[in-house]
Each structure stands twice: as C-alpha cells, then as structure tokens.
Design a protein around this ligand. Sequence first.
Ligand SMILES: Cc1cc2nc3c(=O)[nH]c(=O)nc-3n(C[C@H](O)[C@H](O)[C@H](O)COP(=O)(O)OP(=O)(O)OC[C@H]3O[C@@H](n4cnc5c(N)ncnc54)[C@H](O)[C@@H]3O)c2cc1C
Ligand code: SF4
Ligand code: SF4
Length: 162
Amino acid sequence: MQTGAEGIFAGGDMVPSERTVTAAVGHGKKAAHYIDAWLRNSKYTSSPKHDLVGFEKLHIWYQTDADQKQQDHVPALLRTENFSEIVAGLNTADAAFEAQRCFSCGNCFECDGCYGACPENAITKLGPGNRYRYEYDLCTGCAVCFEQCPCHAIEMVKENGE
Ligand SMILES: Cc1cc2nc3c(=O)[nH]c(=O)nc-3n(C[C@H](O)[C@H](O)[C@H](O)COP(=O)(O)OP(=O)(O)OC[C@H]3O[C@@H](n4cnc5c(N)ncnc54)[C@H](O)[C@@H]3O)c2cc1C
Ligand code: SF4
Ligand code: SF4
C-alpha cells in the first residue's frame, strides 16, 4: 500500500480498486501491517487468503432493523448567509452506533456465537483481537458453530477423508 513516495501509504477510494467500504477498511488493515513493518525496518508477509465468502454462504439468522441516524442541516433559507458547513455530521454516540453495522466482510468479528453455542466446550476464547482456539480432541463435529456463524468464518472439513 506504499505509494511512489517513500513512507506515504494510500488505500480506499484514493487508489484504483473496488470502491466499497469493505475494500477501504481492508486496505486500511493491510496498510497498517505494512506501515508497522516499514517503521520497524522489517518486512511484512501476509497470511494466505481465505476463499471468498459469497452471500449464499452467510448465515444471517439475526438481523436488526436500525434506522439511519439523522444529521443536523442548516435550513435552506440560511444557507446563503455564509460558507459554514450545511451538514453537521454525526455526533460521537451516533457515529459509534452507525459503525456497528455489519458489512459482511466474511471475517470473524468475535461475536462469541460459536463459543456460546458449542455443546462440548471445545472452544476457548483467546482475548480481544486473538479470536478462538478449537480443541479438536473435544470437538464432535456437530457443526453447530458452523451453522450459526453469521459470516462463514468457520469451515467444516472432512477428517481422514470421511
Ligand atoms: C452516495 C454513495 C453511496 C455509497 N454507498 C455504498 C454502499 O452502500 N456500500 C459500500 O460499501 N460503499 C458505498 N459507497 C462507497 C464508499 O462510501 C467508499 O468506497 C468509502 O467510503 C471509501 O472510504 P475511504 O476511507 O477510502 O474514503 P472516504 O470515506 O471518502 O474518507 C476520506 C476522508 O478524508 C477526508 N479528507 C479529504 N481530504 C482531506 C484533507 N486534505 N485533509 C484531511 N482530511 C481530508 C474526507 O473528508 C473524508 O472524511 C458509496 C459512496 C457514495 C458516494
Ligand atoms: S467464528 Fe463466527 S460465530 Fe464464532 S465468534 Fe467469529 S463470527 Fe462469531
Ligand atoms: S463442531 Fe465442534 S467446535 Fe463446533 S459446536 Fe460442534 S463440537 Fe463445538
């Protein structure tokens, strides 16, 4: 994500790519890894990519209808008086609320759904940002975690060809 100018990184709508929120957030995360490595004078090697999660793979068993938060506007008649901003933007609380919306990026967002659903206590929480560990010796392969994961972050794979 480094531009032609040494030490200047770019992403999102600024670079030729898909112009979506998911791509922009992904670029930010990717750039952060490379900026960190650049500052430490080391090299970042990205982990292998997961398969693309299409809409048909999502398990959207819950959904919240949340109305869009409204921003204050300067009334039309007062807009010619000066060059002040017309749209006020969101306050901190409303911005934080809007930021909770799911963009279905297909990554685990630590909702604890699988952790709460596993009947075998086979899932251990590793703390914020570190996700979970699955104990395959305890796992019976019931697929409950897989079926309720909203974003298909869990994949069931056959063991020993069975
Ligand atoms: C009408 C519309 C609808 C859209 N709908 C969707 C949708 O439904 N789903 C979806 O995924 N994507 C949608 N998009 C695309 C999505 O909004 C963008 O791809 C995404 O917001 C890009 O994020 P970004 O961080 O790269 O840029 P931006 O969100 O544009 O952020 C750039 C920020 O930099 C600030 N800035 C600019 N210049 C300066 C400066 N000189 N100094 C300091 N700050 C500066 C700007 O004010 C802005 O806050 C939509 C876009 C539009 C216009
Ligand atoms: S793997 Fe899925 S169900 Fe488990 S915490 Fe992550 S998003 Fe939630
Ligand atoms: S498949 Fe394994 S980890 Fe997932 S819910 Fe069932 S027992 Fe728990």
